[in-house]
Each structure stands twice: as structure tokens, then as C-alpha cells.
Design a protein around this ligand. Sequence first.
Ligand SMILES: *[C@@H]1O[C@H](CO)[C@@H](O)[C@H](O)[C@H]1NC(C)=O
Ligand SMILES: *[C@@H]1O[C@H](CO)[C@@H](O)[C@H](O)[C@H]1NC(C)=O
Ligand SMILES: *[C@@H]1O[C@H](CO)[C@@H](O)[C@H](O)[C@H]1NC(C)=O
Ligand SMILES: *[C@@H]1O[C@H](CO)[C@@H](O)[C@H](O)[C@H]1NC(C)=O
Length: 410
Amino acid sequence: MFRATAFILLAASLAASAVVSSGAPYHPEDHPAVALFKRQGSGATAPVGSPEWKAKYPQGPIAGTPVPAAWLTAYDNAVKAGKIPQLAPSVMENGNPTYPGMDPMSPEIRSATYQARGDDTIEKWDAPANTVVVSFDDGPIANSSATLYDFLQTNNQSATHFFIGSNILENSDLAMQAFADPNQQIGVHTWTHPYLTSLSDHDVVVELGWTMQIIHDLTGGRVPSAMRPPYGDIDERVRAIAAHVFGKTIYIWNFDTDDWKIGEVEGVTQDGCYQKLIQWYGGAQNPGLMILEHELSQGSVQAFIDSYPTLKQHNWIAKNAGNAYDKPWYLNSVNNTAPVISLDVAAPASSIVPSPTAAAPATPSNATSTKTGATASATHGTTHNGAAGNGVSASFGAIAAFACAAFALL
Ligand SMILES: *[C@@H]1O[C@H](CO)[C@@H](O)[C@H](O)[C@H]1NC(C)=O
Ligand SMILES: *[C@@H]1O[C@H](CO)[C@@H](O)[C@H](O)[C@H]1NC(C)=O
Ligand SMILES: *[C@@H]1O[C@H](CO)[C@@H](O)[C@H](O)[C@H]1NC(C)=O
Ligand SMILES: *[C@@H]1O[C@H](CO)[C@@H](O)[C@H](O)[C@H]1NC(C)=O
């Protein structure tokens, strides 16, 4: 399953090319996201893809997973600064997040699932005029991602890949292939593809934090700035955690191919998705197109590939999310090859030992709902989820060893 030699060689060449220089920070030094990834790890020598390497990260369902104290401290500070609305998680009903007794469109909630948009400075739905934002969710996937990456590279086409952390864990060679193409921006989807609004604050921190951590560890210390919530499900509480604890810009979409349903839902075909794409490419160019697509299956990837000549014919500017909105791809680096500043900590999980003197973190809302991952996403099936299928109940051994007072809040 793992071609260890290739990993090591690629890891070595990336490390050599990526981490060397320094430059100006792209996030203010006093932003909480900067402090978060600053703790320098030690002994991060296990080869990428090896069992020792994998053991640094969550292995199965993520609910209740221990979380490095630094993340909780950052969360605590954001709460103290009044930046995180104290809003109960949504309640899943028939596969949809609901807010009993409250209006999901209200200013307090602004649920994107109900098409309420967040503040435009942190959340994007429409692409700029004449622009197609090219992005793919749910990778890296063994059977389909390499086809996509080869096509993008051959065509010098940039894209943003909103990766699932647990898929990176299983397909780290593909994650590194994507990053090795200087046009490919790596963004955060989550670790297990849950409805984020249904999770406690604590579990939102875990879902985002670990996904950022594994991307950081594989990309020469880059901390992703782009995030897309699974199912496009986000509300004011989760937005605030993403933006104020983790420095994220959130990208939703304004056109949806439904390509994740290919082979899953009767009547949804590769050709149907292709037809949608070429119709949109032939349509109005203001606003531009932020299209939801997936690197989830050969069919979803092929629909994009087959439609690409039409995109070009209509003179769209096709860009990844960072380039389309003129934002750095990472909090501490413009792109995959530009200098990286010192958020570069290889803070591997195994080195994050909470200080016994650290201030006790605030207690995140403990009103948890659906238990994340595999079960929470059952309506869209494990294939769309892409991460839940492994059902590993493996121990969090290496991580659990660092459990600290903070976990009492679970
Ligand atoms: C994906 O590839 C693996 C390994 O080649 C194969 O066993 C599996 O059946 C494939 N899955 C799909 C959905 O094509
Ligand atoms: C991609 O860029 C390379 C190097 O600049 C160039 O040789 C090649 O023709 C380009 N390919 C396409 C499809 O534009
Ligand atoms: C990455 O950033 C550097 C420095 O700004 C720039 O020279 C380079 O062209 C960029 N690469 C891409 C693929 O945009
Ligand atoms: C959190 O847990 C405490 C102790 O079990 C309980 O008293 C409190 O009501 C819970 N808070 C929420 C929001 O569920």
C-alpha cells in the first residue's frame, strides 16, 4: 500500500526546496493563528506514510480526540476576546442540521446550509467576474486523484484541493504529489467530513486543527489559509472558530455539479455533470463561477477533464481560490515555493506536551450532537465522506499519552 522509498525521496526533496528561507509574515504576528503552530516539535523523523508517522495523527472517529493544549488555549483566548458566539450546535434531523426554536437565517446563526452567507471578508461564494475558481473536495483519493493531478500539471492549471485529513493519512504520497506541483493550493476540508455545525466547539477545533497539522507537516511547514466546510455547512459559531482561532478564509460555491453522486445516486452520471459544466461555461460571466467539484471518483474527475476545453474556449480566467481572490495560499507563505516564515513548526502531535502550569482553557460548549464522521455523514454515504469508510477504532495510543487536564472538559 505504501511505497515508502518514494515517500522518503519526495520528502527529502521537498524539505530541501521548501523550508529554507525566511520572509515577511502574511498574517499579523499577533494573530492567534500564528502562535498556534509555533511550538517547535522534536523527533519528527518517522518516514511519511510509515506506521510511526501515522501514529502521530487521529486514526478513527474523531469525537473526543485529545487535542493539543495550545489549540485549546487559542480557542480560549478567542472566547475571552468575545469572538466566538456561544451558540448551541445544530441538531441533525433527517440528515439536515436544524436549530430548534431558532431561525437558521437569523443574524445570530446565518447557516450556509440554508443559503445564508457569512461576512464577505472571510467567506466567499461568488467568483470574481470572468473567473472560474477551480477546486476539488475530498482528496486525496487513491483511484482518482493522480489522474486529476497529472491533467492539471500537463495543462499548467492551478486548483485548490480541499483535503480530508484522514485521506491524507491514507494517501500521503498523493498529497505530496499535489503539493509538488507549484500550481496546486492545499486547503482544509476537515479530518472526517462531518456536518461541522453539529459538533461541539471542541470537536470543531479538533477537525480543523488536525487537518491543518498534517498539511503543515507535509508541506515544509505551511499552514493552509483556505477552508471549505463539508456539505457547505457552516454557521456563525463555526465561522468564528475557523476565522478567529485558525485564521481561515472560507470558500463555499455558487454552482454545484453534484458530481459526488456519480455511481452513488441513481440517474446522476458523469455525462450529466459534464453537461452542467459546459452549460455554465457558456453562460453569464458575472459573477464568475465557484464550482463545487470532487476528486472523489474517476467519473467526477473525468467530467472536469472533458469539460476543460470548453472552459478555455469561452475565455474564462481559471484559477485556484487563493489566486482568484488575491490571497496567500498559506498563512505563512504565498504559495508552494515562496519563502515560509516561522509558523513552520513541525509540531508533531507527539511533541505537544501541555505545560502543567498552562492556564486552564475555557470549557467549550459541551452540547455535542451527532457523533461526527462516519455516522454524521451517513446521508451522503461513506463514499462522499471519503474518510469514514475505514471505521478504524484504533487506539489513539501515541496521542492519548499526552492527554492532559484539558481533556477533562470532554
Ligand atoms: C480502487 O482501487 C483499488 C486498488 O486498485 C481497488 O481495489 C478498488 O476496487 C478501487 N475502487 C474503486 C471504487 O474503483
Ligand atoms: C505549461 O508550461 C510549460 C512551461 O512553461 C510549457 O512548456 C507548456 O507548453 C505549458 N503547457 C500548456 C498546456 O500551456
Ligand atoms: C510563488 O510565489 C513566488 C514569490 O512571490 C513567485 O515568484 C512564484 O511565481 C509563485 N508561484 C506560482 C506558481 O504562482
Ligand atoms: C455541560 O455539562 C455540564 C456538566 O455535565 C452541564 O451542567 C451543562 O448543562 C452542559 N452544558 C451544555 C451546554 O450542555
